[in-house]
Design a protein around this ligand. Sequence first.
Ligand SMILES: *Cc1c(COP(=O)(O)O)cnc(C)c1O
Length: 381
Amino acid sequence: MTTEYLMPTYNRFSIELVDGHDFHLQDNTGKVYVDFTSGIGVCNLGYHNPATQAAVTEQLQHVWHVSNLYPHHLQTEVAALLAPKNYKTFFCNSGTEANEAAFKLARKYTNRKEILAFNYGFHGRTMGSLSITGYPAIQDGFKPLVAGAHFSGYNDNKALDTINNQTAAVILEVIQGEGGVNVGEKIWLQAIEKRCHDTGALLIIDEVQTGMGRTGYKFAHEIANLHPDIITVAKGLANGLPVGAMMAKAQLANTFGPGSHGNTFGGNPIVMASAKAVLQQLTPSFLQTVQAKGKVLHTYLTQTILPLSAVTSISGVGLMIGIHLEASVEVIEVVKKLQGRGLLTLSARGNTLRLLPPLIINDEAIKWSVQQIKIVLEMEK
Ligand SMILES: *Cc1c(COP(=O)(O)O)cnc(C)c1O
């Protein structure tokens, strides 16, 4: 398939995916794959999810768009289902926009300029979010960036000393996704939160990849018992339609008064119809099934993949997993070989094979997929 009319912003594979059902995808030659990507943590409820499909089909018969000058009941319903108690929600269209909104809100609310982010944290590619994304390679060529961003080592206690009464906010992922599935240590995360409270800095948790049930919890910060001032989500919120949301504690909300921030499409009724159906399926009992599947996956990986000479370690929580490979094994070659065997996987920084299966995956598919990974990694080293 030709991509010559497109900007070459991605190293695209040659497979064109045209259809799917639950956790299977099909390419334009009819070949079927088990999906361990969810389109990078987006289609968490799989393909052709009946409830989201019905909700979107229903809303298509009504308005597709109304200006945010008018209220829409679906926005209210989604905000009520999504946010923790006493948070208010701002809707946008992507993860980077959600973090952009968080950055702006934090500056305006605190009247401070500085923001602390972490090496290999990923928050998006618009100028604000890019400025707090800790990858020199992603920032290269786009400077000058937004002033006031600082970086520290993730899980590094030195970060605590850099948070002070000039700090508007600290932004972090509870598990760094693009950065290589690096799990934040609970004690460190709690120390960061305490330091924020002591200095009046806001704590922004980017749940764009970790949220919406990915870890077996609605939000990953629940695992570390954090109380962020601001939470951002996107990817999995509408199971494949473009959406983002920033939730902030209610006392911050007046800072975003009329005219202070906004966007045309945020909270679009078609997208909200899907998000509502997603949230209605994200019940405590569903989240328990995700935790159980995460345990099954982790157990198989520990038994069959961890002992392989190609593997250095395995990290992750729930259905967000990183398999860290020896330097001599090229992760992208592993991804391609797995595609050949009918399994779609992702890579992440640090030669990491990243697994983000739809949350509706089953034990049989988990077992089969781990077996494919084993076969390919054994051939590699
Ligand atoms: C993907 C991602 C983003 C950016 O989301 P976009 O919708 O691509 O703008 C931000 N933060 C995290 C943690 C992500 O994984």
